[in-house]
Write a protein that binds this ligand. Structure first.
Ligand SMILES: [Zn+2]
Length: 66
């Protein structure tokens, strides 16, 4: 019984991992999700950092990785 549960979980995990792999319709590259930190100029001269998840493929790779 325990073995079945483990196998089922592994299958589920593998499926979930596969589902996150999407391919770009333009370049056909697998789309990679990365955490991108953007700086925002707030009022009064203070700078705020914001974390954003960005989808990266061949189309915008050069823009994201500067
Ligand atoms: Zn692309």
């Amino acid at each position: 019984m325990a073995k079945r549960v483990t196998k089922g979980f592994a299958d589920k995990t593998a499926k979930a991992l596969r589902d996150t792999k999407r391919h770009c319709a333009v370049c056909g590259e697998p789309i990679e999700m990365i955490k991108h930190v953007v700086t925002q100029q707030a009022g009064g001269g203070s700078i705020r950092f914001k974390e954003k998840m960005v989808a990266v493929c061949n189309c915008n790779r050069s823009e994201v990785y500067k």
